[in-house]
Write a protein that binds this ligand. Structure first.
Ligand code: SIN
Length: 522
């Protein structure tokens, strides 16, 4: 089956892999807010995880993923993704993607937090995402169009299905682009917080557009704060990959004390949520935290991107210590999808960080996100390829009259409140006060014709902040990246347990929030 019109919103790894896996007969348009190279995928340093070494296996990688995810993952789907991801990595290897090798021609596999084996394939040292995006752009189907500097401002919903996208280009022109299928691949929502690792274009658009369209969102409280952003004098310069700790880097306070000793059996390579929490606690006590890289030979060759980030921050190659602090990195929750990436709105798909597939659970295992992006890019493409063409008659265009609520406060104030109250540790009274504040902010109504892209970004950020805070209030337990200091005792009881019952916890639809408790079995 072929010949469908498909619109993909976003230009990261999930979007481009999907575009390359759709049959050539389809009419595919990739729409992206800025340049096609603006995405979170392009920033990925660590790499892509897949078992390769003798003794390692899909089962071991699955077990590590479930451990990191506090058992909140969908176990069956997790094993499937890891197995399919391994096949995709082998195809990339076969097709000549330049994963790094050592002098003997063997793949140089890195290690990151909570992995029991060295299994991180990387490229260009710490430039895996950038090289992957370049590779995918080169290999995109010839007929596919990539529209840069065009923003999706609303989804067209007709007869209960997604019939296309309303967009606005950099000249303010509005278009109604009709489609058989629309795929949201617009990343997560790093911009909700003061410090984050995301591309500047990532403002929760995919989540907000889906919510406006009536789709279900889930698990928005599971926000992964990466432990180590280079932060100097209050300015964030970028990510210091977990791979640095995999090569021997370790976290210290200003006196050189190793802060992870005695905090988790895996110490500096504990799951990300654990490491971020330890750093957060230390910083609250007044410590300054550093990544000590003195044990890593040839740092600048192995980590050229981080060396460049250090240089921008005025940290020379001779300095052993890099000042670090945690920052928002990845959203485990997102638009609720099934195993093909279909949302609860017919003909609307979500993939990559925008989606919640159930793979990452309550805390993502390092270097599992590009893996999921590729697997779900391919799965959604295969699903769309099989759908019959021409099911929908063209409708006469209706007037475009979308309206947005834009908060009348400077955006940095909103980020500041989110950073303080939706932080690495959370508490009911703070969340409640944040939620009340968010829900009563003065705002103006602006229609689609008049709204600027900056105002639209603010509107999305505000919408997602409200949904995330409601979700965090609903989940009265600590699990993975959602740590409630008023429910501290539940932390860690989940690790190593298999969990049955419903796949997702908090589900949010327009004007509705539901928490489905899980059942734990040992
Ligand atoms: C990192 O390199 O530390 C980030 C990799 C990831 O988020 O999986």
């Amino acid at each position: 089956m072929s010949g469908k019109k498909v619109i993909v919103i976003g230009s990261g790894a999930a979007a481009l892999f999907l575009a390359s896996a759709l049959l050539p007969a389809n009419n595919v348009t990739v729409i992206t807010k800025k340049s096609k190279k603006n995405s979170n995928s392009a920033f990925a340093q660590g790499g892509i995880a897949a078992s390769h070494l003798e003794g390692d296996s899909v089962a071991a990688h699955t077990e590590d993923t479930l451990y990191a995810g506090c058992g909140h993952n969908d176990g069956k789907l997790t094993a499937e993704i890891i197995s399919e991801g391994k096949t995709i990595i082998h195809e990339l290897l076969k097709n000549g993607f330049p994963f790094d090798r050592d002098g003997d021609g063997e793949y140089r596999l890195g290690k990151e937090g909570a992995h029991s084996f060295n299994r991180i394939f990387h490229a260009g040292g710490d430039a895996t995402g950038r090289l992957l995006i370049d590779y995918l752009l080169e290999n995109i189907q010839k007929g596919n169009q990539v529209k840069e500097y065009e923003t999706a401002v609303d989804l067209l919903i007709e007869d209960g299905r997604c019939a296309g996208v309303i967009t606005k280009d950099s000249g303010g022109r509005i278009k109604a682009r009709r489609a058989d299928h629309v795929v949201l691949a617009a990343g997560g929502c790093g911009s909700l917080f003061r410090y984050h690792t995301n591309d500047q274009t990532i403002t929760g658009d995919g989540l907000s557009l889906a919510y406006r369209a009536g789709a279900e969102l889930t698990d928005l409280e599971f926000t992964q704060f990466h432990p180590t952003l280079l932060v100097k004098n209050g300015v964030s310069y970028g990510l210091v990959s977990e791979a640095v700790r995999g090569e021997g880097g370790f976290l210290t306070d200003e006196n050189g004390r190793g802060i992870m000793a005695g905090r988790h059996p895996l110490e500096d390579l504990a799951p990300r949520d654990v490491v971020s929490r330890v750093i957060h606690e230390e910083m609250i006590k007044g410590s300054r935290i550093y990544m000590d890289r003195s044990r890593i030979p040839h740092f600048e060759t192995r980590f050229p991107t981080i060396t460049g980030i250090c240089r921008k921050a005025g940290i020379s190659v001779n300095e052993d210590r890099i000042p670090v602090a945690p920052g928002m990195h990845f959203l485990m929750g997102g638009v609720l999808v099934n195993k093909w990436g279909e949302t609860s709105v017919p003909d609307l798909y979500a993939i990559g960080e925008t989606a919640c597939t159930g793979f990452h659970g309550a805390n993502r295992l390092a270097s599992n996100s590009l893996l999921e992006a590729l697997v779900f890019g391919k799965r959604a493409a295969e699903h769309i390829n099989k759908k019959p063409a021409g099911r929908w008659n063209k409708k006469t265009d209706r007037p475009i009259n979308a309206v947005y609520h834009v908060p009348e406060i400077p955006l940095h104030q909103l980020k500041e409140r989110m950073t303080i109250d939706m932080s690495i540790t959370r508490k009911k009274d703070r969340l409640k006060s944040l939620s009340d504040w968010l829900n009563t902010l003065p705002s103006q109504e602006i229609n689609v014709k008049d709204i600027t892209i900056e105002q639209l970004d603010c509107s999305h950020i505000w919408q997602v902040a409200k949904l995330m805070t409601s979700s965090a209030l609903l989940r009265e337990e600590s699990r993975g990246a959602h740590f409630r200091s008023d429910f501290p005792e539940t932390d860690n009881q989940w690790r190593g347990k298999q969990i049955i019952q419903s796949k997702h916890g908090t589900v949010i639809r327009q004007n509705e929030g539901i928490w489905k408790p899980w059942t734990v079995c040992s």
